[in-house]
Write a protein that binds this ligand. Structure first.
Ligand SMILES: [Fe+2]
Length: 175
């Protein structure tokens, strides 16, 4: 079919990737999405339930981080759709696909910080692995997206890591 500007629209494929590759990339992105949504929910939970002298600082830091994760989840899900796959969107699917652990109980402020550090490091690992899947499939747009996700998680991990580092320094100096 010719469009008004003479382009053969049916001759233009959505993507040059073969379906086996889009399936692998879609599945890898689904793991990244499940990690992202699980960490979004956990961070929002901590935003609500954190207590103690660090309340204000952590309440705001958690808010900044859960907002970033919420927006990222939408971008990841829509990339899965652009590849012609169905994006997971239920708690059951996310709990099956994520590499993160549910918190056993609402923890102390410093335990929340340590948990988010572990989780951002795990999210960065999942995104790096998915990036390698996208690179093998020659899927540059997904590589670009996942490079941004690795950077975001590594930056997000730096903040709680720095807070815990101060704690360790005080402990080791006997203060
Ligand atoms: Fe709030």
């Amino acid at each position: 079919m010719s469009s008004a500007i003479g382009i053969e629209t049916k001759a233009i494929p959505l993507t040059t990737m073969v379906s086996e590759d889009t399936q692998k990339v879609g599945e890898a992105l689904s793991n990244v999405l499940a990690d992202t949504f699980t960490l979004y929910l956990k961070t929002h939970n901590f935003h609500w339930n954190v207590v103690g002298p660090m309340f204000h600082t952590l309440h705001l830091m958690f808010e900044e981080q859960y907002n970033e994760l919420w927006l990222a989840g939408d971008v990841i899900a829509e990339r899965i759709r652009a590849l012609g796959r169905t994006a997971p969107g239920s708690y059951g699917e996310f709990s099956r696909l994520t590499y993160l652990q549910e918190p056993k109980a609402v923890t102390s402020a410093i335990e929340m910080v340590a948990e988010l550090l572990r989780d951002h490091e795990m999210c960065a690992r999942t995104a790096r692995w998915a990036l390698s899947v996208a690179r093998t499939a020659v899927d540059a747009p997904t590589e670009d997206l996942l490079t941004q996700r690795v950077m975001a998680h590594e930056k997000a991990a730096w903040m709680p890591r720095s807070m815990l580092e101060e704690e360790r320094t005080l402990e080791s100096s006997g203060a």
